[in-house]
Design a protein around this ligand. Structure first.
Ligand SMILES: [Zn+2]
Length: 384
């Protein structure tokens, strides 16, 4: 077997800093997409970057290998990335380095992994012995419905082959994770001034009553042998009221259920409805809306891709790859679910130990190793 091209780690680091400098936290990854498309084109790669919605393209690059009839390897990274607002010790958009750490906005989820994949595709393009095609899917709008990945997979595939999603698994590999159902519950009451409290219906206290019961909600599900910490539920936002001296006419909460494979939008809706009905207050009306649904990813612990990725990892890092099944990755929602659903054998493997905190960082060595491992995996996969 020929040796894969060595990834240029110095170039990867400056690329990662560039990627971090783009604000991409709110439907605004278009400028980063443009930067990546321009960079890849100027390096001689064939870039496909048509808009998915106005001003927000995916950046898709297919690097042909020596034999394009071999099953391709897709590497998937999302370009959008939120990060903790406030509390940073320096400007989060100006990535900075301390030892092995590159700090910056969304460094671990997943600007670092994105840079690793771009570096891998750039090296692949120079690699004369690349045995199969590698396809970069740098996708728009991963949060919260995975629109970019769904669009590229549905419109152009590939419909067979292998897919690695580079979400931050801290260099472990994940073959199964849960899904998510996001919801909004709106409670409507009746406003009334403090001088006439008796005439009002308090939506805020009614919403708090529901909010306090959410942690004990009975979610219909079958236990899963791998996803033992799911399902779980959280209400992260509670809003209500209009003035200090007025009974709140409306209140709402935003919540998130991390689901098991047998749970659907219907089962979650019914479970929420049951809870709301049980604790409903006379005079209030309740509306439940599901705002985003993402499927679970159920892959295999032993597979062709797992073997190739493990071999690739071992050659680059000199140790065995860790297979991760615990939190936090159980509760991740990744594009792997969509790659798998369309027919690719898929896994999650990426640099970065993601925490939603200020001074987010990524290991520079891990970024370089991940890039090399992505490229080497194209070699380790068997030829057909
Ligand atoms: Zn992510």
């Amino acid at each position: 077997m020929a040796n894969p091209m060595q990834v240029n780690r110095k170039s990867l680091l400056s690329l990662a800093k560039d990627v971090i400098s783009y604000q991409t936290d709110r439907d605004n990854e278009g400028a980063l997409a443009q930067y990546l498309a321009d960079r890849l084109r100027s390096n001689g790669l064939q870039v496909h970057d048509e808009d998915v919605v106005a001003g927000r393209p995916n950046v898709i690059v297919r690097v042909p290998g020596r034999d394009s009839s071999q099953l391709p390897l897709v590497i998937n990274a999302h370009m959008d990335g939120a990060y903790h607002l406030g509390g940073w010790s320096r400007d989060p958009l100006e990535g900075w380095i301390e030892g092995d750490k590159l700090f910056g906005a969304a460094a671990s989820d997943m600007k670092g992994g994105l840079a690793s994949m771009v570096a891998a595709i750039e090296s692949a393009a120079k690699d004369k012995s690349l045995p199969r095609d590698i396809i970069l899917h740098a996708v728009m709008h991963h949060d919260t419905v995975g629109l970019g990945a769904k669009y590229v997979l549905a419109s152009e595939g590939p419909f067979e082959g292998f897919g690695i999603c580079g979400e931050p698994t801290n260099m472990g590999v994940v073959y199964t994770h849960g899904g998510a159902v996001k919801f909004k519950i709106t409670v409507t009451g009746k406003a009334s001034h403090i001088s006439r409290i008796e005439d009002g219906v308090d939506a805020l206290s009614a919403a708090v009553a529901i909010y306090s019961k959410i942690p004990q909600i009975k979610l219909t599900h079958k236990n899963h042998e791998v996803l033992t910490d799911l399902p779980r539920v959280l209400v992260g936002v509670l809003n209500g009221g209009i003035a200090a001296g007025c009974i709140a006419p409306e209140a709402s909460m935003l919540g998130d259920v991390r689901t098991l494979p047998d749970m659907t939008r219907e089962t979650v809706y019914d479970d929420l409805k049951k809870l709301v009905d049980e604790f409903a207050v006379d005079g209030c009306t309740y509306k439940i809306k599901l705002t985003a649904v993402q499927k679970s990813f159920v892959g295999k612990k032993e597979s062709t891709l797992m073997t190739a990725l493990s071999n690739s990892y071992k050659k680059v890092r000199g140790s065995e790859i860790e297979v991760i099944t615990k939190m936090p990755t159980q509760a991740f929602v990744t594009d792997t679910a969509d790659m798998s659903a369309i027919g690719l054998e898929a896994l999650v493997f990426g640099p970065g130990d993601w925490k939603y905190l200020p001074d987010e960082f990524i290991s520079i060595k891990d970024m370089g190793d991940a890039a090399q491992i992505y490229l080497n995996t194209a070699y380790e996969l068997p030829l057909r």
